[in-house]
Design a protein around this ligand. Structure first.
Ligand code: GLC
Ligand code: GLC
Length: 814
């Protein structure tokens, strides 16, 4: 069953039933101020760092699910009935409910008792605030006398501390109220120079700032005493739980509409100018007041909304396609690109599944995310690369994660994930292929954020590869370290203590366990690095990389091949993992996909065989599972992977992130039908019809879909923040549709389904817009190219030398 529909023209997903199987969320903000918002207005906001600078409070895993958010209540002051137009938190029997999740905004509303109300939530560009535009219309034939209430619960900044340190936190809360603005200033008196605020365009209403005064004892957000009674109490929070709540009286003639604007924001004052008057303890509001006033004016709010729409138009306009498949079009043109921007902004920090306190930005994750957004935000990609590289350790290894606010490596998790350094090479290479910005390689970048340790970025790449070369195991394959891409294959961990971190506990020396997956990654990154070195004129160095890659390729074929597929690894005792000799976990997806993607076995038939085995043993109608058979019990030599029940997560779940590796692998073999078929199996839009099974949002990818060993086979989980976004985008855009960035120019190499007559695309690349027409004339994948009418050799279109800004490319496939 469906819970809504795609409005492709408006680029919105419209949810028409509020009780979706799970909260279906959207993101607000795309620069420094961010929020998540569910289809019933649940969620929270933060500034830059979901853990350290949380603006509003949210309780994860709440009961009922998704309780707490940007809640608005309406009250009929005659009947005394109240409700929430967003359904939650009051959950009345509203009519005409809709939530339009769009690009950077959500509009949620409904009609109740003849009163229609919608709220549009968004974050204007270049501002650290969000706007809520509430529009109320009287659809009755009589006058309506109403009150509106808007509320937000503040978080005391550090979300982790906020949720645990009550002995202190119940005593620190402080606010000020002035001119219909609630200022949340907990800890401002001491070492903070930032505060949050919640303002309303209705200046004459009442307010509350203490949660208990607003809700009443033992009440939840569904039944605030004050809303029921129709009057806020003008409470001033002193300790306990500061909130912002505003009341406005609304009188509406039949057919009349009224708009109220709310602004929730974050502001930093200069340290020397914190108080006004100086020497007092009163917040200096002078610097923020003009901004608040500006956006409380609906004209300015509308203008900011227009600007935001234009921003997204231009981002998405960089690559647009028209193919025979609606799901492909929708995902490439709108939602997958949009999700890539979200994963870039959030990494894995804040979603309905990531609490914002767990992880900062992952080194591995963020480098891969680049593949999906680099064309839309090259300048920010550059910045991200330099930040990431600065957390690299002098050994060439890397902190596995870093906090975005401090940009420092996260000591709790540390390093030694031996795949990490390779991803930096792959990320940088993707950046240069897109931008042609070779200069980035000469940027001085610190190691481990230590001043004075700056070396050109290129040196970071050299050290990455050197790190890999220094960590080769007994078979000549890369040592796995703490884990590779699969965080749950913890071959040196041998953990028998509950609660111990599988990823950071190591009880073995780490000199035996090897990863065939990293071997594939090695071939990939070594090939990329060789090409970069060649371009820098370092021919001899490039040759050493090529030699190492060739050596690794041989080792994979000798010690990483199991007869019908690639092995996955050797454990700490040297036993095979992912082999027909194993009782469980005989075949894994990662090494099949990644080795073939990297080009291993394309010539001698191993790649084709590996893909055949993948199809035979791992493919299901809901996607390709991670391994088979699933581990039915805990294996101490394998770690977390066998800790999950069969069919979930890394234990034979459909881990959507690695499906595109197989998709790309199929394209490398020229198999367009197979590639697009796999692509469609996990495409959320193509799964919209099975909403009750899939359960997650139909407009974005989820990290995982339950595998065939789970009772809920086909159920998705952990939507939004996953490398799946970037990899699927990359797979469809660059490998199936085959519009591929290379160091030299734009390569046109589609490997599309045989039944497609072709497709068209528009791609802006290095300042030129390419209008691309692909026409199928035969069943194969060979390409004959004409550029502005002239036939060219090969299939790489290089940027025009005569200043043309638009180029027509025609490709005949035969
Ligand atoms: C999660 C992690 C990612 C890891 C994957 C597989 O998605 O964010 O880093 O590669 O799980 O374990
Ligand atoms: C768990 C998850 C994995 C994730 C990791 C992050 O192991 O199964 O997907 O990458 O946590 O620390």
């Amino acid at each position: 069953m469906k819970y809504g529909y795609f409005d492709d023209l408006k680029r919105e997903y419209v949810i028409t039933q509020p009780d979706t199987p799970l909260p279906w969320i959207n993101y607000l903000g795309c620069q420094a101020y961010f929020g998540i918002i569910s289809n019933t207005a649940g969620g929270y906001s933060y500034y830059r760092d979901a853990r350290l600078r949380r603006i509003s409070r949210y309780r994860y895993n709440n009961v009922p699910l998704d309780f707490g958010g940007r809640y608005i209540y309406l009250r009929d002051d005659e009947s005394k009935e109240f409700w929430s137009p967003s359904w939650q938190p009051t959950r009345n029997n509203i009519e005409n409910y809709s939530c339009r999740h769009g690009l950077g905004y959500s509009t949620i509303g409904s009609q109740y008792a003849g009163i229609e109300a919608h709220t549009r939530y968004f974050v204007p560009l270049d501002e650290n605030l969000e706007i809520w535009q509430l529009t109320v219309t009287n659809r009755r034939s009589t006058k309506a006398t109403l009150s509106s209430f808007a509320s937000i619960e503040f978080c005391l900044w550090d979300a982790q501390d906020d949720a645990t340190n009550f002995q202190r936190n119940f005593s620190t809360g402080q606010v000020e109220v002035e001119d219909a603005v609630v200022y949340h200033k907990t800890e401002y008196r001491e070492r903070r120079n930032h505060f949050a605020y919640f303002a309303t365009s209705e200046k004459n209403g009442r307010f509350d700032t203490q949660r208990e005064s607003f809700l009443g004892r033992y009440n939840g957000w569904d039944k605030p005493d004050t809303v029921a009674a129709g009057e806020l109490t003008n409470s001033i929070a002193y300790g306990w739980s500061p909130i912002g709540a505003h009341q406005a009286k609304i009188e509406l003639a039949p057919g009349e509409t009224k708009q109220i604007v709310f602004v929730l924001g974050y502001h930093e004052n200069p340290v020397a100018d914190k108080f006004d008057p100086a020497g007092s303890q009163i917040l200096n509001k002078k610097l923020v007041k003009p901004t608040i006033d500006k956006y409380l004016d609906p004209v300015n709010a509308d203008a900011a909304f227009e600007q935001l729409s234009k921003h997204w138009d231009s981002l998405l306009g960089i690559f647009q396609v028209d193919t025979p498949d609606v799901h492909t079009n929708r995902m490439v043109n709108i939602w997958n690109a949009y999700q890539c921007m979200a994963t870039f902004n959030m990494s894995r920090s804040a979603s309905f599944y990531e609490s914002g306190i767990g992880r900062g930005l992952g080194f591995r994750d963020s480098n891969q995310d680049l593949l999906g957004f680099v064309h839309m935000a090259p300048i920010r990609a550059r910045e991200r690369i330099l930040d990431l590289a600065a957390t690299q350790l002098p050994s060439g290894g890397a902190y596995h994660q870093y906090q975005p606010l401090t940009k420092r490596g996260n000591n709790d998790i540390g390093g030694d994930f031996n795949d990490d350094p390779h991803w930096l090479i792959i990320g940088v290479s993707a950046y240069i292929k897109e931008t042609g910005d070779w200069g980035i390689l000469d940027e001085p970048v610190q190691y481990n954020n230590v001043e004075g340790s700056e070396q050109p970025l290129y040196e970071h790449l050299q050290r990455s590869f050197k790190y890999a070369l220094e960590r080769i195991g007994p078979h000549g394959l890369p040592l796995i370290g703490r884990a590779d891409w699969n965080d749950c294959l913890n071959l040196n961990c041998f953990s028998d203590t509950p609660g111990e971190s599988f990823q950071t506990t190591t009880n073995k020396e780490g000199k035996v366990a090897e990863s065939v997956f990293i071997a594939g990654l090695f071939v990939h990154s070594g090939t990329e690095l060789a090409a970069i070195a060649r371009h820098r004129g370092l021919q001899a160095e490039a040759a050493t990389y090529v030699a190492e890659v060739e050596k690794m390729d041989k080792v994979i074929r000798q010690h990483g091949w199991d007869g019908e597929w690639f092995l996955r690894a050797y454990d700490a005792l040297g036993a095979k993992i992912g082999s027909k000799e194993c009782e469980e976990g005989k075949i894994f997806i990662e090494s099949q996909g990644y080795c073939v993607l990297a080009g291993v076995g394309l010539e001698d038939g191993l790649a084709a065989k590996a893909m055949e085995s993948t199809r035979k043993h791992l493919a299901t109608k809901h996607g390709i599972v991670l391994q088979q058979p699933a581990y039915s019990k805990y294996y101490i030599n394998l770690g977390e992977i066998s800790s999950y029940p069969p069919g979930y997560k890394e234990n034979a779940g459909i881990f959507c992130h690695n499906n595109p590796w197989v998709i790309i692998a199929e394209t490398r073999l020229g198999h367009g039908d197979e590639a697009h078929d796999y692509y469609t199996r996990i495409n959320p839009s193509a799964r919209e019809e099975i909403g009750d099974l899939h359960r997650c949002e139909p407009y974005v990818y989820a990290q995982m879909i339950a595998g065939k060993d789970a009772p809920s086979h086909g159920e998705a989980k952990n939507s939004w923040l996953t490398g799946t976004a970037a990899w699927n985008y990359y797979a469809i855009a660059q490998w199936i549709l085959g519009i591929r960035t290379t160091l030299e120019g734009l390569e046109i190499a589609p490997v599309i389904p045989k039944s497609w007559p072709g497709f068209t695309a528009s791609r802006s690349y290095r300042g030129v817009t390419y209008k691309i027409v692909i026409e199928r004339q035969g069943q194969g994948n060979s390409v004959a190219l004409t550029v502005d009418g002239a036939a060219i050799e090969g299939n790489i279109v290089t940027p025009p030398t005569d200043g043309r800004k638009e180029v027509t490319v025609k490709a005949i496939l035969s």
